[in-house]
Design a protein. Structure first.
Ligand SMILES: CC(C)(COP(=O)(O)OP(=O)(O)OC[C@H]1O[C@@H](n2cnc3c(N)ncnc32)[C@H](O)[C@@H]1OP(=O)(O)O)[C@@H](O)C(=O)NCCC(=O)NCCS
Length: 150
């Protein structure tokens, strides 16, 4: 149990997390981490992947590309724990800022990021397609070393 780095060997374990879900596909994310400018971790519980978080990095800035938790494991603190673990590891690798984009309507994710100290830094109007029209992307960022208890 705990956070594990994602490598190709974890692909099968991660499939259930990405089946039928919105957001980036597992194939896209696995291609991303084949590059040296990306890092990702998953949370393992009884040999199952129950959460994952994927980052790219440029210079001293990281970008959170995706985070998700299995539907039956939500609201148990897993995303917060995995994000804290990941940000601490990224800080250890010299990264100082983490940025992300989130759908305006994604209240769960926005609250999660706010709870860790992320702040809104901007907005991309009509960035995401939705069933009926488009919605804004909210841009957020955090100074990693300012996160309490990292
Ligand atoms: C967003 C997501 C990753 C949160 O995962 P989680 O493990 O349930 O989150 P946590 O239990 O760690 O929650 C930490 C805090 O985030 C906030 N939060 C999480 N889910 C929330 C919800 N549904 N409604 C309101 N606040 C929520 C709360 O502040 C929560 O703290 P609390 O439980 O003490 O109140 C999860 O809902 C998910 O996988 N969603 C689908 C994928 C997604 O939208 N990813 C984000 C892409 S930008």
């Amino acid at each position: 149990m705990g956070a594990q780095p994602i490598h190709e060997i974890a692909r099968e374990k991660l499939k259930p997390l990405y089946e039928g879900s919105g957001g980036p596909s597992l194939n896209f994310l696995m291609d991303l981490i084949a590059k040296p400018t990306s890092t990702a971790w998953y949370w393992e519980d009884h040999a199952e992947a129950v959460a994952s978080a994927w980052f790219t990095h440029v210079g001293d800035e990281a970008e959170l590309i995706d985070i998700r938790v299995a539907e039956n494991k939500r609201r148990m603190g897993l995303a917060a724990a995995l994000l804290r673990f990941a940000l601490e590891a990224l800080m250890g690798n010299g990264l100082t800022v983490c940025r992300l984009e989130v759908r305006q309507s994604n209240q769960a994710a926005r609250k999660l990021y706010e709870s860790l100290g992320f702040e809104v830094t901007g907005r991309r109007p009509n960035y995401y397609r939705v069933q009926e029209g488009r919605e804004d992307a909210i841009l957020m960022a955090v100074d990693i070393k300012a996160i309490p208890k990292l």
